[in-house]
Write a protein that binds this ligand. Structure first.
Ligand code: GDP
Ligand code: IMO
Ligand code: MG
Length: 426
């Protein structure tokens, strides 16, 4: 059976966790392929809420093997805390598998993340300060430590010693901080974390291929989103990995021919946490309404998310770079109380109209949205389960999105709960 990818189409927090959880019912394996604990994926099942950062969203099903792929950066302390949290709530994490090729986040990555942000001052990116960028930077510099190094204390200490020669100089001479102590880190990672994680460490590529070859369904769960992608997002206001669908191939070790379905998750409006351009951003009462009704505060950092109208230009671009086969529109219910709804169909910059995302970032920074307006439905959608129950205005809104973007809407979220979904086709 082929693989399905769930990918964010905006700036994150679209509801990837909810839809991964929903689809995981039909899967035998769910793989996280990039990012780290900068992600915050919320699942709501029977009124109970789970906020996951590293553990794949399929973990709630007993028949699913959750896998953390090689493309993820893992802070073992956070992973263990999350496993403990799940176990204490009756969710077994025994099936969790962790790629030996995934890179480790070490305490100095977090310190460097915070120091870089402080150094940038008013130009800061607004990172989650989880050490994501510095950990991926070490990976690219080929001085990173990997999960498999937890299996070999001698090699772990050797690599740590080598990287700290450089990192401690940076910390002390560039940032005027105290050096970090290799022994302290080795004790925590090797003596405390390793015994807990070693039973879960596996050859994740082999696991995924065994599953695919056995004809079972594998779901790839993206974290972050297209516009936070290191290559395709609003650089430098991006994360340091590749959330786009292509990232699922490198981050889980499959080729593109294994993928036959790519589901783009899009909020019925847009939010962004952290700095960077946002053409449809709202600073008015409607923005406050979206934040209040949509509870738009970071799952992870608690920061208020910046709100804006849906942007079809972004979605056209996301459709291209991810080869989306369908869209899942989430949080449609958050628009319930609005009399008029707007969708950005193009940008205007320097007197020119742009139907596609301008490749030059300066143009995007200056872009003003061209809106089309349509009437709201002023009806509570939270109990809707069938397409036929949607008010005509909501149906028209979804059809308009399909026409603008050129891919079908396959699913619509009408509330945070697992069952609050309208499926347009099986
Ligand atoms: P993710 O990072 O893409 O997994 O998204 P988050 O979990 O960070 O943010 C999405 C938030 O919206 C979470 O609080 C979800 O419980 C909630 N949510 C997801 N889908 C819907 C929906 O259709 N309607 C409403 N009202 N909330 C939703
Ligand atoms: P999920 O998976 C929303 C943002 C940060 C910052 C930028 C870089 O829940 O959708 P980083 O710490 O990754 O170096 O920060 O990316 N960011 C997210 N925004 N949702 C996320 O994840 C995010 N992960 C990172 O706010 O702007
Ligand atoms: Mg999130």
């Amino acid at each position: 059976m082929p693989a399905t990818i769930v990918v964010g189409t905006q700036w994150g927090d679209e509801g990837k966790g909810k839809f991964t959880d929903l689809l995981a019912g039909e899967m035998s394996m769910v793989v996280r392929y990039q990012g780290g604990h900068n992600a915050g994926h919320t699942l709501v099942v029977d009124g109970e809420s789970f906020a996951l950062q590293l553990v794949p969203s399929g973990v709630l099903y007993e028949h699913v093997t959750p896998v953390i792929g090689n493309g993820v950066v893992v802070d073992p302390r956070v992973l263990i805390a999350e496993m403990d949290m799940l176990e204490s709530r009756g969710v077994s994490t025994g099936r969790l598998r962790l790629s030996g090729n995934a890179h480790l986040i070490l305490p100095y990555h977090q310190e460097l993340d915070a120091l870089h942000e402080r150094h940038l001052g008013k130009n800061r990116l607004g990172t989650t300060k989880r050490g994501i960028g510095p950990a991926y930077a070490d990976r690219a510099m080929r001085v990173g430590l990997r999960v498999q190094d937890l299996l070999d204390p001698k090699i772990f200490r050797q690599k740590l010693g080598a990287v700290l020669e450089h990192t401690n100089r940076v910390l002390t001479r560039v940032f005027n901080r105290l050096p970090v102590d290799a022994d302290e880190i080795a004790t925590e990672y090797l003596d405390v974390c390793a015994p807990r994680l070693i039973p879960h460490i596996a050859d994740a590529v082999a696991l995924v291929h065994d599953e695919l070859e056995a004809g079972r369904n594998v779901l790839m769960e993206g974290a972050q989103a297209t516009f936070l992608d290191l290559d395709h997002g609003t650089y430098p206001f991006v994360t340091s990995s590749n959330p786009v669908a292509g990232g699922a191939c490198t981050g889980a070790g499959i080729g593109p021919r294994h993928v036959d379905r790519v589901i783009g998750i899009a909020k019925a409006y847009v939010t962004r946490v952290g700095a960077g351009p946002f053409p449809t951003e709202l600073f008015d009462d409607i923005g406050d309404h979206l934040v209040d009704v949509g509870h738009e505060y970071g799952t992870n950092t608690g920061r208020r998310r910046r709100p804006g109208w849906l942007d079809a230009v972004m979605l056209r671009y996301a459709t291209r770079v991810n080869s989306l086969s369908e869209l899942a529109i989430t949080k449609l219910d958050v628009l319930d109380g609005l009399e008029t709804i707007r969708v950005c169909v193009a940008y205007e910059a320097n007197g020119e109209r742009h139907d596609q995302l301008p490749y030059h970032q300066s143009v995007l920074h200056r872009a003003s949205p061209v809106y089309e307006e349509m009437p709201g439905w002023l009806t509570d959608l939270s109990e809707v389960t069938e397409r036929s129950q949607l008010p005509a205005e909501a149906e028209a809104y979804l059809t308009f999105i399909e026409q603008q973007v050129g891919v079908p809407v396959g699913m619509v979220g009408v509330g945070p709960g697992r069952r609050q979904v309208v499926r347009f086709h099986a």
